[in-house]
Design a protein around this ligand. Sequence first.
Ligand code: ADP
Length: 207
Amino acid sequence: MIIIIMGPQGSGKGTQADKLADKFDMIHVSTGDILRDEVQRHGKYEDIVKECMNKGELVPDKINDAIVKKVVERYKKGLILDGYPRSMHQAQEILNMTKIDYIVSLNIDDETAVERISKRLICTSNHKVFIEGKITKEDIKECEDSGGKIIKREDDTPENVKSRLKVYHEETAPIIDYFKKQKQNVIEVDATKPINEVYEDILKLMN
Ligand code: ADP
């Protein structure tokens, strides 16, 4: 089974993807996490990825296409893809690569998105997401044990989030209509609700 999870910054893609991955025993892959790792370990695309991320722009399609192609080949039996596709080219590319079982679209307004991102922290190693002021000792220990630190993402500044939301509305949101026209199985949920309610809504609509 392959599930694509889509939605603007702060809509909870990673959180819902993790829950679905646990339930259905699937692998959750985030292109954002892979790209951040590329920078952290000074990979060959470090400079271009860093530059795009710091500007709130998309990283070139070619780099993402190559990443996702490998991931799809490896995990097609059970994959939740988060962060891809983000451009019309990538949407066409994924349909060429594989059959998709569900496309989950998390809907949230920009104001809530900016507010959520302003409180978001992440673990640099296990990629878990936290909310400022709500981190427990266990969270810190778990992250440190995995070799990481809980930090604010460099690109999570209010300015950068606004640029990313603009890119989302211009380049990524139109993909949802494209998928509907291609008769794909698109599930739309209200992602402003609490985490568990969003999760239950997704499960209900998946049947
Ligand atoms: P968010 O959803 O908060 O923007 P992500 O971690 O999903 O966070 O992505 C962070 C950044 O990584 C994006 O702003 C973009 O620069 C880059 N990125 C991730 N996935 C893609 C993709 N499929 N195509 C282009 N750029 C991407």
